[in-house]
Design a binder for this molecule. Structure first.
Ligand SMILES: [Zn+2]
Length: 114
């Protein structure tokens, strides 16, 4: 896995934690939250303001990244949608990608109360 891909995964992990910290009330209310740009650049400090339900829709689709609009060309992939506040990018599968992680490799804190 290349460095950009690893950084994208790291930033997704951080976004998952942000989403978790926001709390169930804010998630139910669909509040806007500042997530990190997932362009995969190590020095990217951009945030992307999304409603919690928008972020949930992004993470429900494997390979979708949320990026700051100015960074939509920083990552390799196909831009699916972009607006003033965010860009959605479908990352191109890496042919030399690592095999999928077993479920046990992911933390239990990815499970949210319904
Ligand atoms: Zn970025």
């Amino acid at each position: 896995m290349n460095r950009q891909k690893r950084t994208q995964e790291l930033f997704r992990e951080v976004n998952e934690r942000i989403h978790c910290i926001v709390g169930p009330e804010a998630r139910e209310a669909g509040e806007h939250v500042e997530y990190l740009c997932e362009c995969g650049s190590l020095d990217c400090m951009e945030t992307v303001k999304l409603a919690t339900y928008q972020y949930e829709a992004v993470r429900a689709c494997a390979g979708l990244l949320v990026l700051a609009p100015a960074h939509q060309h920083e990552a390799t992939g196909r831009v699916l949608a972009h607006g003033l506040a965010y860009a959605l990018l479908e990352s191109v599968p890496n042919e030399s990608a690592d095999p999928p992680q077993p479920p046990s490799a992911r933390g239990a804190d990815h499970v949210y109360p319904q």
